[in-house]
Design a protein around this ligand. Structure first.
Ligand SMILES: NC(=O)c1ccc[n+]([C@@H]2O[C@H](COP(=O)([O-])OP(=O)(O)OC[C@H]3O[C@@H](n4cnc5c(N)ncnc54)[C@H](O)[C@@H]3O)[C@@H](O)[C@H]2O)c1
Length: 243
């Protein structure tokens, strides 16, 4: 059974890994608040979860790349006394050109969705989470680790910042702030892209991270993660050749 406080907030929950994380949490009996910028996909995710599990699922449409929208959402969440976990999963590259070719508004929005929104939502929910020994899981990326050149400087910088944000809070045990840092995740579209690579590009890319491994890590971090804990997940799964 789940405590009354055990609503989990999942951002970017209408698709990709976020939707799978929401499903795993519903499977464990947690009520959910799903946040995404896509109203149709969000509604469909809610319906499927409510059909499949005995949980309550709320939704909130929000563009987490908009500082104003994030502040409004943060103020709303601060009033919700039932939240026990926050998964800052939403993340995105700048659409089109990357820094320094992207316009400032475009890469600023990427910094917001990948770093500033997780910080603001974490802060907004801090008193609520602290009152129930709650947890935050930030979904980072291997693109934010190391010193190699990277195709999206703003994404790399934001994800590096998200990781350091997590570890910097390692001394705070009132809310357990943790992170999972995956390499290329083997979602269906990634498998298609991987198959389209040349053999040499595949060798350079290495393998993929099975999505279930990301989901399992997030669930474990919510339940038993230590403050400041970072789980790195390297891609070692090579999809079967297509028949
Ligand atoms: N896919 C990968 O290979 C990979 C690798 C490493 C890290 N990550 C990270 O994992 C997380 C999930 O990745 P994914 O591939 O499932 O993501 P995705 O691109 O499939 O998007 C997941 C959801 O986030 C939502 N979203 C995107 N931008 C948003 C915004 N501005 N406001 C609100 N919602 C928004 C999308 O609408 C979508 O429903 C992200 O933080 C991503 O950076 C992904």
């Amino acid at each position: 059974m789940v405590d009354a406080a055990d609503v989990a907030v999942v951002t970017g929950a209408a698709g990709g890994v976020g939707r799978m994380i929401a499903q795993a949490l519903a499977d464990r009996g947690r009520d959910l608040l799903l946040i995404d910028r896509l109203p149709g996909a969000l509604d469909e995710a809610r319906r499927r979860l409510e059909d499949g599990y005995d949980v309550h699922v709320g939704t909130r449409v929000c563009d987490l790349g908009s500082a104003e929208a994030v502040r409004t959402l943060g103020a709303e969440l601060a009033r919700d006394a039932r939240v026990g976990a926050l998964v800052n999963n939403a993340g995105a590259w700048t659409a089109g050109d990357q820094y320094p070719d992207a316009a400032p508004d475009a890469w600023w929005s990427a910094m917001t969705v990948n770093l500033l929104a997780p910080m603001l939502l974490t802060q907004s929910l801090w008193p609520t989470l602290a009152s129930v020994g709650g947890a935050v899981v930030n979904v980072g990326s291997s693109g934010g680790t190391g010193d190699d050149a990277y195709a999206s400087p703003e994404y790399g910088a934001a994800k590096a910042g998200l990781r350091r944000f997590t570890t910097s809070l390692g001394a705070r045990s009132d809310v357990r702030v943790t992170a999972v840092v995956p390499g290329w995740i083997g979602l269906d579209r990634a498998v298609r892209e991987w198959h389209a690579l040349s053999p040499r590009a595949r060798a350079d890319a290495g393998g993929l991270v099975p999505p279930a491994r990301v989901v399992d890590a997030v669930v474990r971090l919510i339940e038993r993660g230590q403050p400041g804990e970072v789980v790195e997940l390297e891609g070692d799964w090579v999809p079967e050749p297509r028949p």
